[in-house]
Ligand binder design. Structure first.
Ligand SMILES: NC(=O)c1ccc[n+]([C@@H]2O[C@H](COP(=O)([O-])OP(=O)(O)OC[C@H]3O[C@@H](n4cnc5c(N)ncnc54)[C@H](OP(=O)(O)O)[C@@H]3O)[C@@H](O)[C@H]2O)c1
Length: 329
């Protein structure tokens, strides 16, 4: 079995049962060039068991504050580590995600890891002069800055919006005239999207395959740029179901279509801040290479391919790892 071949570099995947973590672990294992250690809170979850069956060494190491020593222990012997932070609702002034990201990176350094790939996002606070509040972006950018100051080689993947957001969190609503597909974006502005279950893996594998080439780089991971209206039209074409685009872009529209979010004012502020940022400033900072991930993975799924492959018909779907109370960010 590949895991016994210690000539292959060991890569630890933090949050291995997350959508992106699974993609990374699977891509590394599928290549046959790496051993994978998968960190999780629970050995019993379906994603953890699937990775174990595929040959990953599954280790309990929760992505929680105050566990630096455990995380260090869990990363020992690894040549590389993929680091990600789980969805965390921001309740200021707490900086849970920022602190967790720093602890993860510190653990990688303490464990003697040579190269970390962190899943980051842009610094919305800096780009917008503090006018938009999207701390799950900004905190990731601050983690990126922190990691750059550590004595470790680092690279960063910045994932586009997930296609799966509509399956897990912003589920279309059925009416007697068809489906109301409420989307958190205006109708005609193309935005970057990706499939988090398949897109991050090839990108991260490419980085570990060529560590020197990608040292210090920020690499966007994108399936395609597509507008909200095009997403709905594609959904109609692929599923044969009648659907119409409905705006959930403004705060009022968001809460009208997804009243459940109203119970968490911070989450609502964060979602609105994030989409306003993306629409007004662009999801990615200027000069990012928006073509890189497709060159690395020409088979990266478009929305149409994602719909065909997933056979999604517009219903709520869970990926077996996210918890119901977690933020759709
Ligand atoms: N949605 C988007 O459009 C989008 C786009 C770009 C980036 N992102 C970012 O992607 C990240 C989420 O990635 P994902 O969607 O792949 O994750 P996910 O599928 O929701 O999985 C999150 C994982 O983190 C662990 N986890 C969940 N809650 C936790 C908690 N309270 N404490 C400790 N561990 C916990 C769980 O693993 P175990 O149970 O195995 O420990 C779970 O599998 C977020 O940081 C988000 O900001 C999202």
């Amino acid at each position: 079995m590949s895991q016994n071949d210690t000539s292959k570099p060991l890569i630890t995947v933090a949050g291995a049962s997350s959508k992106q973590g699974r993609s990374v672990a699977n891509a590394l294992l599928d290549s046959g060039r790496y051993r994978v250690r998968a960190l999780t809170r629970s050995l019993d979850s379906q994603p953890a068991q699937a990775l174990a069956k595929k040959g990953a060494e599954v280790v309990v190491a929760p992505l929680e504050l105050g566990r630096r020593a455990e995380l260090t222990e869990a990363m020992k012997g690894s040549a590389g580590a993929f680091l990600m932070t789980p969805p965390i609702v921001k309740v200021p002034p707490a900086e849970i995600e920022l602190t967790l990201g720093k602890e993860l990176a510190d653990a990688a350094v303490a464990a003697g890891v040579e190269h970390v790939v962190f899943s980051g996002l842009e610094n919305v606070e800096a780009i917008t002069g503090g006018t938009k509040w999207a701390p799950h972006f900004t905190d990731k950018a601050k983690i990126v800055d922190y990691i750059r100051g550590l004595p470790i080689r680092s690279s960063f993947v910045y994932l586009a919006f997930y296609y799966t957001n509509f399956l897990e969190y912003y589920v279309p609503q059925r009416t007697k005239d068809g489906i109301n597909f409420a989307i958190y974006l205006p109708p005609d502005i193309p935005m970057p999207f990706c499939d988090p279950l398949t897109a991050p893996g090839p990108a991260v594998r490419e980085i570990f395959d060529n560590p020197e080439r990608y040292a210090g780089e920020v690499l966007p991971v994108i399936g395609e740029f597509i507008s909200a209206r095009q997403m709905v039209e594609t959904f109609e074409r692929v599923t044969g179901k009648r659907a119409r685009y409905v705006s959930a872009y403004s705060r009022e529209d968001l809460l009208r279509h997804f009243p459940g979010f109203a119970s968490d004012e911070h989450l609502v502020r964060e979602l609105v801040g994030m989409v306003e940022y993306a629409v007004e400033y662009g999801y990615y900072a200027p000069r990012r290479d928006l073509t890189w991930s497709r060159k690395v993975d020409p088979n990266a799924l478009t929305w149409e391919q994602f719909l065909k492959r997933s056979k999604w018909q517009g219903d709520l779907l869970s990926y077996g790892a996210a918890e119901p109370e977690l933020a759709p960010t």
